[in-house]
Design a protein around this ligand. Structure first.
Ligand SMILES: Nc1ncnc2c1ncn2[C@@H]1O[C@H](COP(=O)(O)OP(=O)(O)OP(=O)(O)O)[C@@H](O)[C@H]1O
Ligand SMILES: [Mg+2]
Length: 499
């Protein structure tokens, strides 16, 4: 990958793209890649930071005029007069790109540089591109180190500590592979610190220690969360058709499936009534397929108030997920993020971020399986529901009679009760219109009743509790009817009709 990105930069430089913007936290790797390009094209590389100025200094073709410009304007002015055969790398320039003078100078430079053998490269951890500059600047995402890059790094670390008697870094090829896999999704700097920590703490390079650290780092990013799947498919009552679909694909991310010619499944959208097990199923898929589960906070993608930040958020979440692939990316309550798109004429930001997401969905090749959930279809933009985005859109309806029986069985068993002591069918009949969450509530409520009277849970507690609960479906019957009608034409049912 390191080679690929250097190649891509080289192509853009040779094609005379005047200004590039590389989004990355990894200054060292970015600079290395650009150095490679500069060397192969025989160009002089000048790097600049606000604290250190240009290195080496830029000699100006024109007469050096003493200036009173601020440093960020000064460097652009210097580039304007600089000789040919050069590449300029400006680090962390984004804070200055709000200044109208900087914007104007960059636009002037874009025109001037186009006819010269010069390239201006901006780099920084975030992308905040004013819309005035969108057409003049080409944005590139600098990818995280891939397995090969990490492998090389592992080897160099092993070589450097091999003679140290205090540590043991002997490793079988399989252990090395495990370590590399554990480090995927981190920047090289992060990998370096996790390795250092593992060496100090355990006197060896331990994949578990790296994974632990990775969780921390992903948590810090705020958008993605490593989720421990706490449910399996057998904890989900009903939804036979959906479960069948998922079970059939259990092995589809293995090498064996790939060799057989099976494409990785893209993802599913679970649409439906509240409390009927959509989120539960998302977690169960990860357990069933034995893949890491990453939860993406849809609402927070749109937290960024600056233009470009939300788009960057989206891209960085996607990059992290891809670097951990194969994995499950869980986007819960989709309408919370993309809901604003319909109706009110939102700024371009939301729709651009949405476009980034759609493009990724239709073009993605990395084995990231998307499980999205939503309650309210009317809020979702129609493009999202078009064929080919998701493998399937499943409609999760209120559980039928037999399903309610199963859900009672699951929740009673979970609380260590012998289900033979209950008439499950009668319970199911007493809970017509209840969601899975409400059935769980009945079981918990029944436990409270029995506990208060210091006796074991009995059938009558559950029946009494069921009479107490007014299911949401009664209050929302119109909404549900509408959703059903919509879904009957466009989605596949998660359950066989068993009512
Ligand atoms: N089909 C089911 N089988 C077993 N338990 C269920 C089922 N449906 C719901 N539950 C119970 O209810 C809880 C809440 O369900 P869940 O959060 O999955 O619903 P949801 O469809 O995501 O609802 P929402 O639309 O409100 O997000 C689950 O954790 C589980 O304990
Ligand atoms: Mg949910």
């Amino acid at each position: 990958m390191a080679v690929d990105i250097a190649r891509e930069i080289e192509i853009l430089v040779r094609a005379k793209y005047p200004i590039l913007y590389l989004v990355s936290w990894e200054e060292r790797r970015v600079e290395q890649a650009i150095q490679t390009v500069a060397k192969s094209l025989n160009r002089t590389l000048h790097t600049w930071t606000i604290t250190q100025g240009a290195k080496p200094p830029i000699s100006r073709a024109g007469i050096a005029k003493p200036t009173t410009l601020s440093p960020e304007l000064e460097i652009l002015a210097q580039i304007y007069d600089a000789p040919e055969g050069t590449i300029f790398l400006l680090r962390d320039f984004h804070p200055y790109m709000k200044d109208f003078r900087v914007i104007r100078l960059l636009r002037d430079l874009a025109i001037r540089i186009r006819s010269k053998t010069q390239t201006l490269i901006l780099t920084g951890p975030v992308l905040t591109l004013p819309s005035d500059l969108e057409k003049d600047i080409c944005v590139l995402d600098f990818p995280l180190p891939d397995a090969e890059d990490i492998g090389e790094f592992v080897d160099s670390v092993i070589a450097s500590v091999k003679s140290d008697p205090k540590v043991d870094v002997q490793m079988t090829p399989l252990e090395r592979e495990k370590l590399v896999k554990a480090a995927q999704g981190l920047t090289l700097d992060e990998i370096e610190s996790t390795f250092a920590r593992s060496l100090v703490e355990f006197r060896t390079l331990k994949p578990d220690a790296v994974v632990r650290e990775k969780r921390q780092i992903i948590r810090k990013s705020g958008l993605l969360e490593y989720y421990e799947p706490d449910a399996e498919l057998r904890d989900v009552g009903g939804m036979e058709l959906l479960k069948e679909w998922l079970e059939k694909r259990t092995e589809s991310f293995t090498d064996r499936a790939k060799e057989f010619g099976i494409p990785s499944p893209k993802g599913i959208l679970l649409l439906g009534v509240q409390g009927c097990g959509k989120s539960l199923t998302a977690k169960a898929v990860a357990a069933q397929w034995n893949l890491p589960l990453l939860r993406l906070d849809v609402g927070r993608i749109f937290d960024g108030s600056l233009v470009g930040l939300t788009e960057k958020n989206m891209r960085s979440a996607i990059a992290t997920a891809e670097s951990i692939a194969p994995c499950i990316l869980w986007m819960d309550e989709l309408e919370k993020g993309f809901g604003g798109l319909k109706g009110s004429g939102d700024s371009g930001t939301t729709s651009r971020t949405f476009a980034t997401f759609l493009t990724w969905m239709s073009e993605k090749t990395a084995p990231v399986f998307l499980v999205a959930t939503a309650n309210d279809v009317s809020q979702l933009p129609p493009e999202m529901l078009r064929k080919g985005r998701f493998d399937e859109i499943f409609f999760v309806d209120l559980p039928g009679l037999a399903e309610r029986e199963e859900i009672f069985r699951i929740h009673l068993t979970k609380r260590k009760r012998d289900t033979k002591k209950f008439k499950l069918k009668a319970l199911a009949e007493a809970t017509d219109g209840f969601s899975g969450a409400e059935i769980e509530q009945v079981v918990v409520g029944g436990l409270y009743l029995a506990f208060a009277e210091s006796r074991e849970l009995a059938q009558k507690d559950l029946i009494a509790e069921a009479k107490n609960v007014v299911p949401l479906s009664v209050m929302m019957s119109e909404d549900i009817a509408e959703l059903r009608e919509w879904a009957s034409l466009r989605t596949r049912p998660a359950s066989k009709n068993n009512d």
